[in-house]
Design a protein around this ligand. Structure first.
Ligand code: WT7
Length: 658
């Protein structure tokens, strides 16, 4: 195919904006696992029968007697009576079927190092790690924290926990150690699996040393298991800290996989809600495995013998859990795992990785696509991307232009693009085009998958025929969260109260078009989505106000060309503070408390925050000010002059670098 660049490319993409929808190429549809639209009606006619059938793709030690028990709604139970082991299904099963030599992960390090991780190697490592955890006193139900970079050991660690029924609590490596501490304390983790150091864009972060400062005070934390990755010196506390390599070498190589109840907890993953306190999303075993195995196979049209799958997310997010670890491994897939960032060591890294491993299915986030787009088509055009046959997007709405760029430049105009909508809470993809069936509209998540019921409703909860409303999910699905860890009341209040216990309220606004297709518009609550990372305004505000020179802070989102949304913080200093040159101090402070991902892009210092007469900060106005829009209704303001002063303040402010 001729590669187009420069103004020709811009014209080409502009012309494509006129195209309503892109049907799958005939050859793709013909060979696809799913190519008959009748599956929607089939699943709808008998959802439980559908989920019964798809659960049979896994190995169960004991069959279930009841597919779904919804009698105690909204607390669902799936595959009751069934017994299953997650790690057995991800690893042992493939080795027993004679596929031990199959590569599970082509791992590529930041400096270009490579490791080919086979299913057989994983089986041995997972068993040894399971025994190492057992010997540290970890048993079924005990929470194990995992704070590791993108290295194969993170997969071993997760599956070792699953093998012995110890729910893992993975914290994204980009979070600060303080956030790790908070999540460990909340979940009362007994052991934390971490690393000597992590590499970030050529620099080494001394993770273990940083962790020591935070974790010393956690009463429940009995041991740290330390993977040696960078060779960074770190103190090891005798009796508490254990070297991963030594522990695995000393461990028995055999650890039979114990069958657990289908509803045994598999993991907790903390995500941001509307308050400063993160929510511990609890997923259990049977249903989650069914949901991720099903979506990985059929949506990504996965042929494990021939495909090479690459989900570029970090394993510390739900996308990594479901589509780097569990979904692909349950299907015996070969995946790519990359340690670094898309622009390190250079902007060609991703495309040389696709070329090198002949990646056929690529799954990434709109923010990354937009960043690549801003770097130009030259780099991807220099590489042979012809192995690609399917592209996916996740995490935030994808604008049609980025969709088209992805489709044309990365997919050469021949790969279907699936815009997959889901959440940490849903565990599995819920709304998406089906690559062998759907004529996808750029920017549109299209339809709920077979077996899933999504609707757009008005403020009273009534379905609307067309137009804008709230996205809800009407019936339970196997991969759904079961509760919030140790906080069932918040679980009910957050998701199942507004329209009763039969309706899961997503927290996103959506538009239903005349064809009945769903366009996701974004969050309706105080959750900000920066580069596909979910953050709560309250969490960022509480980090900012913990700075000694800050009296008050209000955080809002502003549209951003690359990251989708960016954080703007309105900050009131303590009287008499000289705020010149204090922006960086605040940004560093946030990085230290939450992580770099939560740093405000812009800080606006002000002694005035627009408040209602009852003293509530009017975020709506702040959002208008941050976006430079005409202000909406200001009649309820305590002091209307405040907004004028704020507006002049931001006129000539620039965003912070990096
Ligand atoms: C929120 C969930 C699911 C993995 C990554 C994020 C937004 C997610 C899409 C999409 C528009 C999307 C929603 C959702 N979102 N996918 N395809 N189109 N928006 O997981 O951190 O739990 O965030 O991400 O707002 O509610 P998460």
């Amino acid at each position: 195919m001729t590669k187009i660049t420069g103004t020709d490319l811009a014209d080409h993409l502009d012309a494509l904006l006129e195209v309503d929808a892109f049907p799958p190429p005939e050859s793709f549809a013909q060979a696809a696992l799913w190519n008959d639209p009748a599956i929607y009606a089939e699943a709808d006619a008998d959802p439980e029968g559908w989920w019964d059938r798809h659960a049979r793709a896994l190995h169960w030690d004991e069959p279930w007697h009841t597919v779904l028990d919804w009698s105690d709604k909204p607390f669902a139970k799936w595959y009751l009576g069934g017994k299953i082991n997650a790690s057995y299904n991800c690893v042992d099963r493939h080795v027993e079927a004679g596929n031990g030599d199959r590569v599970a992960f082509y791992w590529r390090g930041e400096e270009g190092e490579e490791r080919a991780i086979t299913y057989a190697w994983l089986l041995e490592q997972v068993q040894r790690a399971a025994n190492a955890l057992t010997s540290l006193g970890v048993g079924p139900g005990d929470v194990v924290g995992i704070y590791l970079p993108m290295i194969p050991e993170v997969v071993v660690a997760m599956l070792a926990c699953a093998r012995i029924g110890a729910p893992h609590n993975v914290v994204f490596g980009g979070f600060a150690v303080e956030a790790v501490g908070e999540r460990m304390a909340e979940s009362e983790a007994k052991v934390l699996i971490t690393v000597d150091g992590a590499r970030r864009r050529g620099k080494t972060v001394p993770v273990k040393r940083e962790i020591d400062h935070t974790l010393g005070t956690l009463p429940s934390m009995a041991h740290l298991l330390v993977v040696r990755h960078t060779g960074t010196e770190c103190p090891m506390t005798a009796g508490r800290d254990v070297d991963w390599d030594q522990a695995l070498a000393a461990a028995d190589p055999l650890a039979p996989a114990t069958p657990f109840d289908a509803e045994h907890p598999l993991f907790i993953l903390y995500t941001s809600g509307s308050t400063a306190k993160p929510k511990g999303i609890l997923h259990t075993t049977g249903g989650y495995l069914v949901g991720t195995a099903y979506t990985t196979k059929y949506l990504f049209d996965l042929h494990p013998e021939t495909d090479v799958f690459w989900c570029s997310a970090d394993v510390g997010w739900i996308t990594g859990h479901s589509y780097i670890v569990y979904g692909p491994m349950l299907n015996g897939a070969t995946s790519v795992m990359y340690e670094g960032a898309p622009d390190y060591p250079d902007r060609a890294t991703w495309w040389s990785t696709v070329e090198r491993y002949k990646v056929s299915i690529f799954y990434t986030a709109p923010t990354a696509i937009r960043a690549c787009m801003s770097w130009g088509a030259e780099e991807p055009n220099k590489h042979d991307l012809s192995s690609l046959r399917l592209l996916g997007s996740v995490g935030e709405p994808i604008n049609p232009k980025a969709w088209l760029w992805y489709h044309q430049i990365i997919g050469g105009g021949t790969c279907p693009v699936i815009d997959t909508w889901w959440q940490t809470e849903t565990g599995q993809i819920m709304i998406s085009p089906i690559p062998g069936i759907t004529a996808a509209k750029p920017g549109c998540a299209m339809r709920a998958l077979p077996g899933i019921s999504a609707e757009v409703v008005d403020n009273a909860g009534n379905p609307i025929a067309e137009g804008q409303g709230l996205l809800v999910l009407r019936r339970p699905w196997p991969g759904m969260l079961r509760t919030l860890y140790k906080d069932p009341k918040r679980f009910v209040a957050s998701y199942w109260s507004r329209f009763g216990p039969d309706t899961y309220v997503v927290g996103d606004a959506a538009r239903l078009d005349a064809d009945g297709d769903i366009w996701i518009l974004g969050r309706t609550d105080d959750v900000i989505n920066v580069a596909g990372h979910r953050l709560s305004t309250a969490e960022v505000e509480s980090a900012i106000v913990s700075h000694p020179k800050v009296a008050e802070a209000a955080v809002v989102a502003k549209d951003d060309e690359i990251t989708g949304q960016a954080i703007v913080a309105f900050v009131t200093p303590v009287e008499g503070t000289d705020t010149d040159a204090m922006d960086q101090e605040i940004r560093d402070h946030v990085a230290e408390h939450i992580g770099k991902l939560a740093r405000p892009k812009r800080i606006i210092w002000t002694y005035d925050l627009p408040k209602t007469r009852s003293g509530k900060i009017m975020r709506r106005l702040l959002r208008d000010i941050a976006a430079g829009r005409e202000l909406g209704d200001v009649t309820t303001l305590r002091d209307p002059a405040v907004t004028d002063r704020l507006r002049t303040l931001i006129a000539d402010r620039r965003d912070s670098e990096d």
